[in-house]
Design a binder for this molecule. Structure first.
Ligand code: ASP
Length: 344
């Protein structure tokens, strides 16, 4: 086992509230460089680990994060994979769950920790949550288990909770406890000690090298159902030029109206080669197609069950699979299986 001083961690700073300051002209929060963060966390110098950092330029509010940013993060990890024991990604909370999901699909055979964190309050404020989040994320990225790193997965660490990235969703814009993982338990108990639940953590079983997938197809849409939805809206989305994948955010356990026009439109899209994924609007629980007549009809229309996937993981997985495979069959097969622990 390595000594503490031999463990090296790369901190990748992409932006987000953690490094933001108030713009004197507009009064709005804008991100600035990593030095600003490290100046406010002098504890980093006493961590005992070899800490290195790389910063995006310009840094971003995470509302501006897109697949190009995911590819950039993945490329930094790929280039430095052999030089570091773990990676900490500082990222805005707004789209952190999307980025963590995307990275989990891109990094195949990952055998090192990739821990996303950030904060609700900027690091310069006295009550910031950023200091603890950053320090503990580094501890987690550096932690050793019985046979290698304790958590060789893409995770989110936030407010004393370590969760699998592609199972996590942002649920509060107010509380320090901003994220939840409704369909999968936390990967560690974080208190005085960090206790990892090894039976819940994914360990790559294939002794292959890291493979990084860098192609996304953004020709996807999310159609969130609501009572009273009208055909013009559904058709406007379905007829979007170039659309290849449609996520229907359904009610309860995957139910949708049985209006004839609605099912006809889905069948039409499916017959033209489109892929439809059924994801529930509920935060917890799973799609169970066929449980009710209102979902059996969708099954007959060729809709694929998203099971208990989050909205964030569903859209990033669909973009990833459409970028990775040419044929509809391969994409559909990929949607049905767990690639990185995103469905039960
Ligand atoms: N708007 C910020 C961002 O996502 C919010 C945050 O970091 O908490 O970049």
């Amino acid at each position: 086992m390595k000594r503490k001083s031999e463990i090296s961690i790369l901190i990748i700073y992409t932006g987000g509230t953690i490094g933001m300051v108030q713009d004197p002209e507009t009064g709005s929060l804008v991100p600035i460089d990593f030095r600003h963060i490290s100046d406010h966390v002098p504890e980093l110098r006493r961590s005992g680990y070899q800490l290195h950092s790389v910063s995006f330029d310009p840094v971003k509010d995470s509302s501006n994060v897109d697949p190009g940013v995911w590819i950039k993060i993945a490329e930094i990890i790929e280039d430095r994979y052999n030089d570091f024991d773990g990676f900490v990604i500082l990222h805005g909370t707004d789209t952190m769950a999307y980025s963590a999901s995307a990275l989990s699909f891109m990094l195949e055979n990952l055998s090192k920790p990739v821990i996303f964190t950030g904060s609700q309050l900027p690091i310069g404020l006295l009550r910031t949550d950023g200091r603890d989040n950053l320090i503990t994320a580094i501890e987690i990225a550096a932690a050793a288990g019985s046979s290698g790193p304790a958590v060789p997965e893409v995770c989110i660490y936030f407010d004393n909770k370590l969760t699998r990235g592609n199972r996590t969703t942002k649920m509060s814009a107010e509380h320090f406890d901003a994220f939840s993982s409704p369909n999968y338990p936390p990967l560690a108990q974080v208190g005085l000690h960090l206790n990892y639940f090894d039976n819940l953590i994914r360990h790559s079983t294939i002794a292959s090298d890291l493979t990084v997938y860098k192609t996304f197809d953004t020709n996807v849409a999310i159609l969130k159902l609501f009572p009273g939805i009208n055909r013009n809206l559904v058709q406007a989305i379905i007829n979007t030029q170039g659309l290849r994948g449609l996520i229907v955010e359904t009610f309860g356990s995957g139910n949708a109206p049985t209006y004839k026009w609605f099912l006809d439109d889905l069948i039409d899209f499916n017959d033209k080669g489109g892929i439809i994924l059924n994801v529930t609007q509920c935060h917890g629980g799973s799609v169970e197609m066929g449980l009710y007549e209102t979902s059996r009809q969708m099954m007959l229309a060729g809709v694929v069950s998203g099971k208990d996937i989050t909205s964030e993981a569903s859209v990033t997985k669909l973009m990833h699979l459409l970028g990775r495979y040419k044929s509809k069959e391969e994409v559909v097969e990929g949607l049905k299986i767990s690639i990185a622990g995103e469905i039960s």
